[in-house]
Design a protein around this ligand. Structure first.
Ligand code: 5GP
Ligand code: ZN
Length: 135
């Protein structure tokens, strides 16, 4: 993809701080870190998001995520982190080349991911399951 910033990073046409790579996957520090070692893990090939990536490439990327996590655990002692992947505009995806965030966390780091919950929607669960069965 010509205009994709992450494709440019993979090709070395844009700068990045690489932490790990293999034949299919590239991992680098996020330019706007929310914590130390905030990392993005991407396939070297361009896929928009979870809806168009192949099973093979997705497995490669998630294995790459774990390689980086293991490295951070072994070399930095990191034991707390979040893995985040967003898909689609309303799904809060901003860069349309699939990526997984690795966000190391520490007690009292000032970060907080909290979704608003709607327990009252439990009453709709039966109907929701029926919809999946096409009834
Ligand atoms: P999203 O919101 O799509 O899940 O995350 C996109 C991420 O890409 C953001 O955290 C943003 O900081 C990061 N990002 C955008 N452009 C660049 C860039 O040129 N270099 C790096 N290293 N990260 C980028
Ligand atoms: Zn791309």
């Amino acid at each position: 993809m010509n205009n994709c910033i992450f494709c440019k990073i993979v090709k070395g046409e844009a700068p990045s701080w690489k932490v790990w790579e293999n034949e299919t996957v590239y991992a680098f520090l996020d330019i706007n870190p929310v914590s130390p070692y905030h990392t993005l893990v991407i396939p070297k090939k361009h896929f928009v998001n979870i809806f168009d990536i192949s099973d093979f490439e997705l497995r490669e990327v998630i294995s790459g995520v774990r390689e980086v996590v293991k490295m951070y655990e072994e070399k930095l002692g990191i034991k707390n982190l979040q893995i985040v992947n967003s898909n689609g505009h309303a799904g809060q995806q901003d860069v349309f080349h699939i990526h997984f965030h690795i966000v190391p966390r520490e007690e009292g780091d000032g970060q907080n991911i909290r979704w608003k919950t709607f327990p009252e929607w439990r009453s709709e669960f039966d109907e929701m399951i029926l919809k999946l069965k096409g009834q």
